[in-house]
Ligand binder design. Structure first.
Ligand SMILES: [Zn+2]
Ligand SMILES: [Zn+2]
Length: 420
């Protein structure tokens, strides 16, 4: 016997018993996004590496350490670590920026990051997200935040926290960068290696550091709010007012910067403590520089991404009842006698084409064993099919719940089953 093969580290199989939960989440995403006027987009999982180097930022953990990158002939391609840069790439490549610049899009799909696998972190994981491209309105920011909260509410998630901050624009960030950099310079000896490296390259990333000794120093560092320019301050106030008017509870968190380089003005995070202290289920913000960075015109954009594994875990940990597993068939054929197998197969085909979901035992089994299989697969009815039934076209249909048994013809099997 050959050695069995295991799945790639950091990936997971999603088995039939889990699928109802996934579909339920995917459908809720589609439904709520539809209510908000977002349309689905599907982009490739493979993109030019350069897209992420430019779109996510060279000095980020994602691009520095976590991408699955490989060379094929002349081209360096990467498995997408996130979907915002690909969506913007597709938007520009299709010419939306010229013909219909305001686009509201959502996506659902697999992402890939070479991270140290942990319970909550996989190397292939799944995200859904929304992007409003071509709008600078603070209402667009608010719309994405309220959409996310409406979605979690519609799923029945109750324990989550929404945090919002503004990281300013290119102008006021420069002022903040200088203030932060000089405030932190004398404290670098107390901070971690990563922070020391970030100080020279991207000081804002230091705000993200989760190391206790670093967060201690950061608590005393100046906050962005004091450096916001008038226009950014105004934008931020309008976002908060719109979110508040929608009845969404939020916390202003001046330390929130998010891990990615491209954010401007609004950043936000939705966390659920039930899956770990301050564990993020959704992160997003405005990224006004990205469309231009990827070769398009200067247009505003805002969006979020939400981890599907984290969302499902949050639902489970907070006791939200999972949706019913609707994958059981309605009818199980009990084939009496070996010679009935070909005509049993034909009957199953006829039933399936008439819209009745049915199964039968593929191997040769006794009627008793077939009954056990019917119970195991959760069938609601059984139908006995032997030489007499084949000849008469009348079948014994048994309801496994009520134990009621009737003798019916093909048409009535279909009408009874479609009424279930
Ligand atoms: Zn500004
Ligand atoms: Zn640090």
């Amino acid at each position: 016997m050959s050695r069995a093969i295991s799945r790639v580290k950091g990936t997971k199989d999603i088995f039939p018993g889990q699928i109802a939960r996934w579909r339920h989440l995917e459908e809720a995403v589609g439904d709520v996004c539809g209510l908000y006027g977002f349309r689905e987009i599907r982009t490739p999982m493979l993109e030019p590496t350069e897209l992420f180097v430019r779109g996510v930022g060279e000095v980020t953990d994602i691009v520095e350490k976590e991408m699955y990158t490989f060379q094929r002939s002349e081209d360096s391609v990467s498995l997408r670590p996130e979907a915002t840069a690909p969506v913007v790439r597709a938007y520009l490549e299709a010419g939306f920026d010229k013909n219909a610049p305001q686009q509201k899009l959502y996506y659902i799909g697999a992402m890939f990051r070479y991270e140290r696998p942990q319970a909550s972190r996989q190397r292939q994981f799944h995200q859904f997200g929304v992007e409003v491209l071509g709008s600078s309105s603070p209402l667009a920011d608010a719309e994405t935040i309220v959409l996310a909260c409406d979605l979690y509410d519609s799923l029945g998630l109750e324990q989550y926290e929404t945090m919002i901050n503004s990281v300013g624009c290119v102008d006021c960030r420069a002022e903040y960068r200088a203030a932060l950099s000089s405030a932190l310079a004398p404290r670098l000896a107390q901070m971690c290696e990563d922070c020391n490296r970030r100080h020279g390259r991207n000081v804002f990333r230091m705000l993200d550091c989760k190391q206790a000794r670093c967060t201690e120093v950061m608590a005393e560092a100046p906050s962005m709010a004091a450096s916001l320019c008038e226009a950014c301050h105004q934008h931020h106030a309008e976002v908060l007012a719109a979110v508040e008017a929608a009845g969404v509870e939020y916390i202003e968190n001046p330390r929130l910067v998010r891990g990615l380089d491209y954010y401007t003005r609004t950043v936000y995070e939705i966390t659920c403590d039930a899956i770990g202290a301050r564990s993020t289920i959704c992160g997003g913000g405005r990224y006004d520089g990205l469309i231009a960075e990827l070769g398009g015109p200067s247009l505003g954009a805002v969006g979020f991404a939400s981890g599907m594994e984290a969302t499902l875990l949050a639902l489970e940990k907070t006791g939200v009842e999972p949706p019913a597993d609707g994958s059981a068939v309605d009818l199980f054929l009990i084939l009496i006698g070996d010679e009935q197998r070909p005509s049993g197969f034909n009957l199953a085909t006829k039933l399936r084409r008439a819209g009745v979901s049915c199964q039968f035992e593929l191997g040769v089994k006794s009627p008793k064993a077939q009954m056990r299989a019917a119970n195991r697969c959760g069938a609601r009815f059984t139908l006995f099919f032997g030489p007499a039934e084949a000849a008469s076209g009348r079948y014994k249909l048994r309801d496994l719940t009520t134990r009621e048994e009737v003798e019916v013809g093909f048409e009535e099997v279909c009408s009874r089953l479609s009424a279930v």
